[in-house]
Design a protein. Sequence first.
Length: 197
Amino acid sequence: MENNNNDIKIKILIVSSEKRSAEIIRSGFDSLTNNTTEISHTAKDAKKKLSENNFDIIIINAPLSDEFGENLAASACRKHDASILIMVKKELYNDAVKIADDNGYFCISKPVSKEFLTQTAKILLTARKRFKKIEKQKEKLETEVDDIKRIRRAQYLLMEKLGMSENEAYKYIEKQSMDLCERKSDVAKRIIMTYEI
């Protein structure tokens, strides 16, 4: 299957106290050719990088030298919209996956192969893209709701101040929108600024 993720710039943060493991994990993301990867070796350094940058994918290779890694993952989930994965030893997986599920990040047991890491990278990227799409849809709906509220408020003001009917007020806004080549919500905003003092 062809990789069509190359058109998206991906920022990846790998957190691993073991330098060799960090490089192995990085190699699993080589198929995401249009990416920048940063590596942190402690949770403290990772938190600093997270406060300075936005990352699309965060991989935590537990345990870290200054904490296990679950606190970092949970904190990153609360503050960032990245796809987050924690890798834990097989014998710790059952407990770790419950915590991951409760906090909204992914969990896998290790060791893992490079091929599995590559597949995981693609899954994380897809999850990130879906989240972004949902966020854009949410923002669009919120804008539409705000526009409707603004138009309704302008209609009310035209009815109150100029004695128009509801239908006349709406047609007035609609005509102004067409005549001025403006959005109805922009016309409504101007009406509100004129009559709401």
